[in-house]
Ligand binder design. Structure first.
Ligand SMILES: NC(=O)c1ccc[n+]([C@@H]2O[C@H](COP(=O)([O-])OP(=O)(O)OC[C@H]3O[C@@H](n4cnc5c(N)ncnc54)[C@H](O)[C@@H]3O)[C@@H](O)[C@H]2O)c1
Length: 338
């Protein structure tokens, strides 16, 4: 006689406590998920997009994923992006993550996932930054698009011991850059300079973070990357084809990146090939190709659902162990067939 699984709910404050208390383990979980993906032990189907024809800015994305190996967890992140939320100080992205048992298929948990999503994005960006940058990890940082993902990424760069001699901020909305600057001052004891244009922010920076909500690429001036910076192109649609072609390109998964009109996808459409991509982050970790420090190195991660499942599973296990997950014993009250 089988019993229905217990269904757990993990709210945002618990997710935050677990992540804050276990940053090293979360970082290692992200790297392990990338390595599992590289070894072929994951299933990461295409993301599904839902958009409103009369509101093209807004979108929902479903990211189903399965992690094999010793993790054995499936799940799906359902995340929405409504950039206009900012007008009322509401975060652009909101999300839930459903995790499933791989032997019965039953959902076993629902986790608040906007922080899980931001965390896996930021931790993977920090991992990429240290893999593709010259050592030591220091220099001038430019943040282009100073929202939630930028904030989380800077937190993770600082956690990984990056030291910045200068921080440049640029946002099309000056007030957003002001918020970010205040946060840096109050929470990190760091001073930043708000720049009035992209060129002033980017041109002397050794690490450049793109976390905008741009829909079409706009950075066409190769001179902005003349100093051969490390570029974390998390927003995926900022850099024009000529600049992509003049750079060394590193991805999370090449197949996924060539979709949804990302800068890389546009480059593939224009050139008819993918030769401009050197390889994945795991290829870098495994030294399967040589990094070229004389060119800009651009990391463009499409954002894999396997990272959400990996980090979400870590959070769930920790929340259950500490008794902070909310157990719903009778969630599946009608699961017995007879
Ligand atoms: N690759 C991934 O895995 C991944 C994961 C999560 C989020 N993202 C992307 O990261 C981006 C940022 O997300 P967020 O939650 O921080 O959004 P957000 O709305 O909090 O912040 C975005 C900021 O970018 C600014 N901006 C928009 N266009 C700009 C431009 N052309 N130049 C300078 N600033 C500009 C906005 O004013 C805003 O302050 C989004 O595009 C999102 O899709 C990527």
């Amino acid at each position: 006689m089988s019993t229905a699984p217990i269904f757990d709910v993990v709210p945002g404050p618990v997710v935050k406590r677990v992540i804050d208390a276990n940053k090293k383990q979360v970082f290692d979980t992200v790297e392990a998920a990338y390595r599992l993906h590289d070894s072929g032990s994951t299933i990461n189907p295409d993301s599904y997009f839902l958009r409103y024809p009369d509101n093209p800015n807004a979108r929902f994305i479903a990211l189903p994923a399965h992690l094999g190996g010793d993790v054995q967890k499936s799940g799906i992140k359902w995340i929405s992006s409504f950039p206009d939320n900012r007008a009322t100080n509401l975060a652009r992205a909101s999300a839930v993550l459903i995790l499933n048992d791989t032997s019965t298929g039953y959902p076993v948990a629902c986790l608040e996932a906007s922080l899980i999503s931001a965390t896996r994005t930021a931790a993977s960006a920090a991992l990429a930054a240290e893999c593709i940058s010259p050592r030591p990890f220091e220099g001038t940082l430019a943040v282009i698009g100073t929202g939630i993902i930028a904030r989380t990424t800077v937190e993770w760069l600082l956690f990984r011991n990056w030291k910045f001699s200068k921080i440049n901020l640029y946002d099309v909305d000056h007030a957003e850059a002001e918020h970010f600057s205040k946060w840096l001052r109050d929470q990190c004891n760091l001073t930043a300079q708000i720049q009035d244009c992209l060129a002033d922010a980017a041109s002397d920076s050794s690490l450049i973070l793109f976390t905008t909500t741009a829909v079409d690429p706009y950075l066409a001036d190769e001179a902005l990357f003349a100093q051969s910076p490390t570029v974390l192109h998390l927003s995926l649609r900022d850099i024009c084809v000529n600049v992509i072609l003049a750079s060394q390109n590193i991805v999370d998964d090449v197949e996924h990146c060539m979709k949804a009109k990302t800068s890389l996808h546009l480059t593939e459409m224009e050139t008819g090939n993918r030769n401009f991509v050197s390889g994945s982050l795991v290829d870098v970790l495994e030294k399967r190709f040589k990094l070229d420090h004389k060119r800009p190195r651009i990391f463009s991660p499409f954002g894999l659902g396997i990272l959400d499942v990996a980090v979400g599973n870590f959070v769930l296990q920790a929340a259950k162990a500490s008794g902070e997950a909310i157990e719903l014993n009778d969630f599946f009250s009608n699961s017995s067939r007879w």
